[in-house]
Ligand binder design. Structure first.
Ligand code: HEM
Length: 198
């Protein structure tokens, strides 16, 4: 394991370590389930943006580590997404499948979140070398799904905040995502570099 790989691995563990430490000192706010559900969702979104930012980080600033460790970043992002969904399943739905189903079909922000997770799941599954070889050119096509998945995740976040009429953080993600999307499209148009590196 290279040193940068160890550093990225430890950075990816930061949210989990932070929650555990806060849990020990009683710092998970007055409502730990709500805090952990929201915090895991936000870290999942941060992770998705970092994954998308990896190619421009290298192109614009010569920073190579996000691209070199993008698979690990992506898998940790999926891990935090799964924790987020499990937090909802446990604390909001008490593991009841029927209650989950009702929530999915009645609350739009949950429906949108589920679709995002459905799109992200094949990306996590096919992130191994064996799948990259097996899918060939289709692997890259499949992994374009990350863009609609991020768009849906931001929409989900938007809908959550719509109830509180508090969009300040959401706008940050909207702008970051728009910039990353536009730069990728331009990279493809101008040099074809975006095609080589999703
Ligand atoms: C099965 C799919 C999903 C379910 C059931 C789900 C459920 C939830 C719930 C219950 C909340 C809290 C709402 C509130 O406090 O009023 C929430 C918030 C959030 N979720 Fe999800 N979510 C899903 C997918 C996702 C995905 C894929 C992402 C991003 C990668 C995400 C990111 C967020 C964010 C950023 C928040 C808001 C946190 C905040 O208000 O600070 N969620 N989600």
């Amino acid at each position: 394991m290279t040193r940068s790989r160890v550093v990225v691995f430890l950075l990816c563990l930061y949210p989990l370590g932070f929650w555990l430490a806060q849990g020990f000192i009683g710092g998970l706010t007055a409502n730990p389930p709500e805090y952990l559900t929201r915090s895991s969702g936000e870290w999942a979104l941060v992770g998705l943006c970092l994954v998308l930012a990896a190619p421009p980080a290298q192109r614009w600033f010569g920073v190579t580590w996000p691209l070199r460790h993008r698979r690990m970043l992506g898998l940790f992002t999926y891990f935090y997404t799964v924790l987020h969904v499990l937090a909802w399943a446990l604390w909001e739905q008490g593991w009841s499948l029927s209650a989950m189903w009702v929530d999915i079909v009645t609350r739009l922000f949950i429906t949108v979140g589920v679709v995002a997770v459905v799109l992200l799941t094949p990306l996590a599954i096919t992130s191994t070398n064996a799948w990259v070889r097996r899918l060939g050119r289709n692997w890259r096509r499949l992994h374009w799904l990350v863009y609609p998945a991020v768009a849906l995740s931001i929409w989900h976040f938007w809908l959550v905040r719509a109830g509180k009429n508090d969009f300040a953080d959401v706008w940050v993600y909207v702008v970051v995502f728009a910039v990353l999307l536009v730069t990728r499209v331009l990279a493809i148009k101008n040099t074809g570099a975006g095609r080589r590196r999703l």
